[in-house]
Write a protein that binds this ligand. Structure first.
Ligand SMILES: [Zn+2]
Length: 203
């Protein structure tokens, strides 16, 4: 199996969002620490070719976490919020149409479930990893056994906060609520020895 890679356009959104949230100096340090200095002057192009490896994007997130200490997890979630904002802009009118239609037709749980499934399709397309989504009563779950963000990473506590932030922003967006009212709890993480990164989503 070839090494997992993100598409250039997906990596571009993550790197661009990170620069906005942590500022250019910390950003350059994180790029260098992850072997991504080739993007310092010019972000990856907005095309669907594979580019950044899972190990590289994992190291990039880990450098940010180390650099920011106790604020690292929260900052990675903020980067995730910005990544989602870019996704909505990139697919503007389609995204808004989806929200409009689902808001008329569906109860909140149905809207969230549908949005998570659409999100999983995007992640499959842009990373080749295979998240799956399910619900148990009022609880919603997202699990990725080939998570791109914790490859060659060891963490004592679950540490995939960037994708958690994307999920927070996605659920808040479809419910038309502030992102602070959505909780995404990472219940298990491959970085801390589990077989998959699993999130429980509540609001
Ligand atoms: Zn992970």
């Amino acid at each position: 199996m070839r090494e997992g890679k993100l598409t250039n356009r997906y990596a571009r959104q993550i790197l661009d969002a990170a620069r906005q949230v942590i500022g250019p100096e910390a950003w350059v340090l994180a790029l260098k620490g992850a072997g991504l200095e080739r993007y310092q002057e010019k972000l990856p192009p907005a095309n669907p070719e594979p580019g950044v490896t899972f190990a590289e994007i994992s190291a990039f997130c880990q450098r940010i976490r180390e650099h920011l200490g106790s604020e690292g997890g929260r900052t990675l979630r903020q980067i995730g919020h910005q990544v989602f904002r870019r996704d909505v802009e990139a697919y503007g009118w389609v995204a808004n149409l989806i929200r409009l239609v689902t808001s008329f037709l569906q109860a909140p749980g149905e809207r969230v479930y549908s949005a998570l499934q659409r999100g999983a399709n995007v992640v499959r397309l842009e990373t080749g990893s295979a998240p799956h989504v399910w619900r148990e009563g009022a609880h919603f779950y997202w699990e990725n056994p080939s998570c791109p963000y914790c490859v060659e990473i060891t963490c004592a506590e679950p540490c995939c906060d960037l994708p958690a932030g994307v999920l927070e922003a996605l659920v808040a967006w479809v419910l038309e609520r502030p992102v602070e009212t959505v909780r995404v709890i990472e219940e298990s993480c491959r970085g801390s020895g589990a077989s998959a990164c699993r999130y429980r989503i509540e609001w």
